[in-house]
Design a protein around this ligand. Sequence first.
Ligand SMILES: [Fe+2]
Length: 275
Amino acid sequence: MLNAQSLINTDAYPIFDRSSAESVAFFAASRKTYVEQGALALPGFILPAALERMARDAADVEHLSFKQEKHHNVYLLDTDRAFGDDHPRNRQLTTTNSTISYADIQTDAPLRALYHCKGLHHFIAYVTGKAGIYPYVDQLSPLNIGISRPGETLAWHFDTSDFATTLLLQAAEEGGAFEYIPRTRNEVDPAYERVGRLLDGDSRDVEILQAEPGTLALFQGRHSIHRVAPVKGDKTRMIAILTYDEKPDQQMNAYTQEKFYGGRCDGDGNRLCPC
Ligand SMILES: [Fe+2]
């Protein structure tokens, strides 16, 4: 497999040589940003030639992507009958996008080398405060490419996973920004009032995560509501989603695999971040 170090701008982002003072400082600063802001964006993480290849590879298999239209509430949970249909807890939103599964990404793709790079795993584990992170081992979920065509959007939601790792491969011509409200809720407060205001169109607390192509982003989506704004123009938004777990050898179960790659779309939220 290709050496992933050749894909990464290690001058700007010294993630491999852990013994240098520069690297120690970079790890610490990254961790601080992630903890304080709930997100870390590293623009230009992937070198231009590698990024160009990754985008080309993705475009070559775009026709294999699986299109979904999902109806869900922001909590990605079943409707709670204790609340009305229009309550922020239950209000239905529509997400439309397509996904290229791991199985359909070329076996020699640089993106696969990046996903399996142990140095990257160490960096992500450090920043997210995990003892270690490990690749998924099933055939569909480890590494995906999210495709958003003009008119499509990922509607507001909270993730069911602790964190998401993404790499933007190609931006939309217009729209397609990753929007979020840092720390919208916490373990005890579902923030119904705040969520309701947002869904009613009040965007005063919304921030945009910097994301030009080549940006590696780590995002804590469990407590920060987020969406991908509707894509406009002629260009498709393409983003790689690198899924890891704190335990080795994890697989997405068959039920969820069918739901996300097999054609069903009934709004269940047992899904890692698709942003
Ligand atoms: Fe998400």
